[in-house]
Each structure stands twice: as C-alpha cells, then as structure tokens.
Design a protein around this ligand. Structure first.
Ligand SMILES: Cc1ncc(COP(=O)(O)O)c(C=O)c1O
Length: 362
C-alpha cells in the first residue's frame, strides 16, 4: 500500500498487517462455476444447512420496533442466556457474534508488548485481534493429532502473558481438549478463554468450572447450532467483575433488536433446533465414513459440524478450485501448520452426496 496522504498516520504495526481470511461467498462466484448460484453446495463456513428456527423468521417478519435501539444493558437477553447456560446473570455479556467478544476481551487485557498464548493451528481471530491491539502471539504447536501441548503452554508463560486461548472443539481440526488439560491451564491463574462456538455439537463444556475459577471465560455462539450466523449473536460467561468491565468497554447497543428476538425464539424452539443438531451429528458420522473410503483423503475425527481432511495426493488448492467449479465450496489450507488440507462443513444428506459424487468424478 502507498504510504502517502493520511495513510502515513496509520499505526505502524498495522502496516502490512495480515487480515482474517474469510470464506468465499457464493455471490462472488458468478461466471466461475458450472452450476447456477442457487445450486451451490456451501460447505466452507460451518454454517447450519437447516437455517434458523421458523419461529425466528415469523417473529422477525412481525416485529414493529426496529426503529428503537436495543437495551444497551442487555437485561432480558442476559436473563435468557443465563438460564440456558445455568450461570448467574451478572456473568453474561452478549455480543455481535462471539468474534466481537474475542476482540473486546483482547482489548480489555492486551496492550503493545503483551503476549497471548495460542495453540496452533487454531481459529485465526485470536491472532487477528491480538495483533491489532499491538500484542504478540506466542504460538505453541499442537501434536500430529492436534492435541494441545499443556506443558509447552505453561512453560511459555512470561510476565507479559495476558490471555491463553483454547478452542474446543478446535477450528479447523474438530478435536476437543480433555477437561483435565483445560483445568491444568486454568490453574495457572491467567485469564483463560475457552471458545465453545461448537459446544452444541460436542456436548462437552467447561461451563460448570466458571463458578469455581475467577480467571475462566467461556465463549459460545448462536451461529452454528441455532443457524443465526447472518444475524451475528454470541455470548460469553465471565467472572462477574470482568463482565462488568466488558459491559463498559463494549460498543453501545452491540446486539441488534433482530438478534435479540432471534435468541428468544430460538430458546422457545429448543427441541426443533436440537433435532437439527442431532441430524448434523448423524450426518457427520456418515460424511466421515464416506470420506474414509476415498484413498487420497485422510479425514480426522471431529466433534464439531465440520471435518478436517489431509489431502494425500495432489494439491488441496487445486482440489478446492475443481470442487468450486462443480459448485461445491469447501475451505482449503496450505501452510506450515495446515499442510495441503481441506475443511468440509457438515451439510444435509444431499450435500454429502453432491460432495462425494464431485470427489469421485475428479
Ligand atoms: C472457534 C470459533 N470461535 C468463534 C467463531 C465465531 O463465531 P461467531 O459467528 O459467533 O462470531 C467461530 C466461527 O467460525 C469459530 O470457529
């Protein structure tokens, strides 16, 4: 980028900053795929293929007060979320997607020169927000099966360490972190953020530990299990004193009226949504078994709504492009930590069939 005009005033550490690489949106593929945009099979962003609860659609269509700001104190919303997560109201903070809560947490704890410990490969927003705040990410590698290195994490702690991030299930690898490993890390006393964006698919949570440990933060999202990725709503459970700070530093009215309605209606339709989660988990098993039959792919077991696969023959980048041409979108990686691999979101049975047919035709 040219360094003239007002650009020369941009904070130096953001010059050359690598942003977050978001998934391809079908709207951008006009003319690049052999199918109509409506027929694209989207398995690249871990979205819920069933959509949200029909109750959400009905309530949004009927809402008459989008002209009024939402309650900045999130009273009703926090009450509903506290009930769902079985935690006190004063420990809850909701956000415009859990991504923004990650960003607020980093803003709260991390300044220039501070360190954040990350177990890589993992969700890239932890690095993204840390670097924007001028912090340094200390990467501790996972092992060959993507288990975290507890001893490595603990020995990387310095006087500048401000946060340890742990995603469970991890994105993009899909594995969970054993509770005993998480507790060993929490017992360091440093702020530990356990990101449970995919909790409803794994059924494993550290949430009960929030009552015991005053340095534990748990993040959850409505994007995946409740099919609300487009409305942007997530929440965190914090030690109450930290939640109070979060409420002070967050952007005012950070959850829309529409998102608040969507949460209320999702909770009113829990059985329906849990039925969809169950269908996705069943489809995950079927997709895994189908992928295993393809000799040049190595799928890794997953507890989330996606499956990570090493590509053993040929280039993952080319595979992604060939699948894209056939109208099947998957995410691909080729970097030192995620070598020649793809991540496939679990869809409906028909999506699995479209993907497997496309893979077999290659
Ligand atoms: C591990 C992890 N955390 C958080 C998020 C962000 O979710 P949200 O849509 O609530 O911002 C994602 C989204 O893909 C994720 O994979």
């Amino acid at each position: 980028m040219a360094d003239d005009g007002i650009e020369k005033l941009i904070r130096p550490h953001l010059k050359g900053f690598t942003g977050y690489s978001a998934s391809t949106s079908p709207d951008t593929l006009e003319g690049k795929v052999d199918v109509s945009l409506d027929d694209i099979v989207k398995m690249n962003a871990n979205e819920n293929p069933y959509g949200c609860s029909p109750r959400v659609l009905k309530a949004l269509a009927e809402c008459q007060h989008f002209n009024i700001y939402p309650d900045d104190g999130q009273q009703e919303l926090r009450k509903m979320l506290a009930g769902y997560a079985s935690v006190p109201i004063e420990s809850i903070v909701a956000g415009h997607g859990s991504n923004t809560l990650i960003d607020y947490i980093v803003r709260l704890f991390v300044g220039p020169g501070d360190e954040v410990i990350n177990s890589v490969p993992t969700f890239d927003i932890y690095r993204f927000s840390t670097e924007i705040c001028g912090g340094t990410v200390v990467n501790i590698n996972r092992d060959d099966n993507f288990a975290i290195d507890v001893k490595g994490i603990i020995s990387a702690i310095t006087s500048r360490t401000k946060i340890i991030f742990l995603a469970t299930p991890n994105n993009p690898t899909g594995n969970v972190i054993p509770l005993k490993d998480i507790i060993e890390i929490i017992e360091t006393g440093l702020p530990v953020v356990v990101d449970e964006a995919y909790y409803e698919f794994s059924g494993e949570t550290v949430m009960p530990c929030t009552r015991k440990y005053q340095n534990l933060i748990v993040l959850r999202s409505f994007s995946k299990w409740a099919g609300l990725a487009g409305l942007r709503i997530g929440y965190g459970v914090f030690p109450p004193a930290v939640a109070a700070y979060m409420m002070v530093i967050k952007i005012p009215h950070n959850v829309s009226v529409a998102a608040e309605i969507a949460v209320k209606e999702s909770f009113a339709d829990l059985d329906y949504l849990q039925g969809r989660v169950k269908a996705i988990i069943e489809e995950r098993v079927r997709l895994f078994n189908e992928l295993r039959k393809i000799s040049w792919l190595k799928p890794y077991p997953s507890r989330a709504n996606f499956i990570y696969c090493a590509v053993l023959k040929g280039s993952a980048g080319e595979l992604h492009l060939k699948l894209q041409k056939k109208g099947v979108l998957v995410r691909y990686f080729d970097n030192p930590l995620l070598k020649n691999s793809i991540r496939i979101s679990v869809g409906k049975p028909g999506h699995t069939e479209a993907l497997i047919d496309a893979l077999r035709e290659l």
